[in-house]
Design a protein around this ligand. Structure first.
Ligand SMILES: [Zn+2]
Length: 173
C-alpha cells in the first residue's frame, strides 16, 4: 500500500542518516508523511488522520527546541522507528503520532499520582497556565498539584520560554 511504502521510505532515511539526524529532522519527516496522509480522499484514512495527526497542525517545531532533552535520541531512533515493524496503516499513523508527541511535548520529572509515569507539560491556548498530563492514564493536574477533572479546550505544548519561566526540570532520559 502506498502510504506504508512511504513510511518505509521514512524509516530508510532515518536509518541511512542515523549518525547525524536530529530530532527536528525526524519530526519534519513525520510531519511530511502526515501531510501526505492528510491529502487522501479515502474517508477511513482521513478519520485516522483527524484522530491522531491533526493535533500537530499549526506547530512549528523550530520554536520548540529545548536545551535539555527528556528522551534518548538513540533509543527513539532504534526502538520507535527502526526496530518497529508496522503491520498496517493505523499502526504507522499511531507510531507517527507517538514520535511527534515525544519530540514536541516537554516531559517533566513530575510523577503521575495515579500510575507514576512522568507527566508532560501543556498549556491553555492563552499560554498562561500549565497543566501536567499523563501519557498513560487520563490524569491531569495543575501547577499546584491539584487534580483537574475536565478542560474546556485542547491543550498545546509548552514552549522553551514557558519551561524557563515556570522552572520546569525535564524528565531524565
Ligand atoms: Zn498516569
Amino acid at each position: 500500500m502506498y502510504f506504508l511504502k512511504l513510511w518505509d521510505d521514512l524509516r530508510s532515511k532515518v536509518e541511512h542518516n542515523k549518525q547525524s539526524i536530529t530530532p527536528i529532522d525526524i519530526y519534519k519527516l513525520c510531519s511530511e508523511w502526515a501531510g501526505k496522509i492528510r491529502s487522501t480522499n479515502i474517508l477511513k484514512i482521513r478519520e485516522l488522520y483527524n484522530l491522531y495527526l491533526a493535533y500537530f497542525e499549526g506547530y512549528n517545531i523550530n520554536e520548540y527546541q529545548f536545551l535539555q532533552s527528556w528522551y534518548s535520541l538513540r533509543d527513539l531512533i532504534q526502538f520507535d522507528i527502526l526496530n518497529i515493524l508496522v503491520v498496517n496503516l493505523e499502526h504507522a499513523i499511531i507510531r507517527c503520532r507517538d514520535i511527534m508527541w515525544e519530540i514536541l511535548v516537554f516531559k517533566t520529572n513530575r510523577p503521575c499520582k495515579t500510575c507514576d509515569s512522568e507527566l508532560r507539560a501543556l498549556t491553555d491556548n492563552k499560554k498562561r497556565e500549565i497543566f501536567f498530563c499523563c501519557d498513560n492514564c487520563v490524569y491531569i493536574e495543575d501547577i499546584f498539584g491539584q487534580s483537574v477533572k475536565s478542560l474546556k479546550n485542547q491543550l498545546s505544548p509548552i514552549t522553551p520560554e514557558m519551561q524557563e519561566k515556570f522552572l520546569l526540570p525535564p524528565s531524565i532520559p
